[in-house]
Design a protein around this ligand. Structure first.
Ligand code: NAD
Length: 314
């Protein structure tokens, strides 16, 4: 049977790539309801969807911060039937916490965390009734591991992880699956928006030492990491497709295997000091180690490019 898949945040990035990938499935297994907050931003999706538009893919409006908007969208789906929910819409945020306004932090949680909660309230009861369904949530490796100057973003993804870990127990009882997708860096609008916001940030309350770490170190480091380790949204969509079509979907799925060793450090030491000290040393104590890690990143970047060229040649 054809499954109805509702995807949020489809005007760009991972959401767009995934909606198109699902709608273009050779086996035509999906009917995609690609949603976005602002329909005026649908040109990219329309362009990428091409011939499948209005066939296996339809575009609808949904703002995940509004219960009314969510309900209106779900009400327009025949029998309100959402077989697969892909909770993808999300915002990023970087910088010293003392420079963030309470309003912008709350907006981030309202989108990244309460957006998911609102959607679950709307579609989970139907899934339980039908004893069938799959909730796929775009989390992040930062939902497993904190990162310098990502305090609020990481907290929102930890919230998502804790929520899903709890809900998954109930879901299991009703034959509903939950899967957390945990990408590392992905080259999308997300990164551009982060730097744009960082450039316009009010840093007047921040002391010089912190400012030096943020502007003099973190920004360069972050850009390097995205270039060296960043995946394309299409790669993440391909991994997510695998999770959606899997017979027994995994509860957690990391799309970038280079991050797996870092995220397991935490489980090796219940006191939490091992990963904390490892990161602290890498960042603050060993300038040489930092430079070495940058050259390692550059090497990985070179290898990735080489592998991509290899896979392109027949
Ligand atoms: P993106 O900025 O291209 O896409 C995010 C989408 O969410 C945008 O289309 C945006 O308009 C939409 N959105 C924001 N607020 C919304 C709202 N209230 N209602 C509906 N839509 C809203 O970035 P992306 O990289 O494609 O991000 C998608 C998801 O992947 C996010 O949840 C993000 O946290 C997660 N993620 C991204 C990265 C990365 O490095 N890019 C890494 C790990 C996880």
């Amino acid at each position: 049977a054809v499954r109805n898949v509702l995807v949020t945040g489809c005007s760009s990035g991972i959401g767009l790539a995934l909606a198109v990938r699902l709608a273009r499935d050779e086996l035509k297994r999906f009917r995609v309801i690609a949603t976005m907050r602002n329909l005026e931003k649908s040109q990219e999706l329309v362009k990428h969807a091409g011939p499948v538009l209005e066939k296996t893919l339809e575009i609808k409006e949904m703002d995940v911060t509004s219960e009314e908007s969510i309900r209106r969208c779900v009400d327009s789906i025949p029998h309100h039937r959402v077989d697969v929910l892909v909770n993808n819409a999300g915002l990023g945020m970087i910088g010293p916490v003392e420079s963030q306004s309470m309003a912008s932090m709350q907006q981030l949680f309202d989108t990244n965390f309460f957006g998911l909660v609102r959607l679950i309230q709307e579609v989970f009861p139907g899934m339980k009734r039908r004893r069938q369904g799959h909730v796929v949530v775009m989390s992040s490796v930062l939902g497993l591991q904190g990162l310098l100057f990502n305090d609020i973003y990481s907290a929102s993804k930890f919230a998502v992880e804790g929520f899903c870990e709890s809900l998954a127990l109930q879901a299991l009882k009703f034959g509903v699956n939950i899967s957390l997708i945990e990408p590392g860096p992905v080259i999308t609008e997300f990164e551009r928006k982060l730097y744009e916001e960082a450039a316009n940030m009010d840093l007047s309350q921040v002391d010089k030492e912190t400012l030096d770490i943020f502007q003099g170190f973190y920004m360069a480091y972050s850009k390097e990491v995205f270039t060296a380790l960043g995946q394309s949204p299409e790669e993440v969509a391909e991994h997510t497709m695998k999770v959606i079509t899997s017979e027994k979907p995994p509860f957690r799925y990391q799309t970038n295997s280079l991050y797996t060793p870092i995220t397991t450090l935490k489980h090796a030491d219940p006191s939490g000091n091992l990963p904390l000290n490892a990161f602290h040393q890498m960042i603050f104590q060993h300038d040489r180690l930092f430079k070495a890690s940058l050259s390692l990143l550059k090497m990985l970047q070179w290898r990735k490019r080489r592998d991509m060229e290899h896979s392109r040649s027949p």
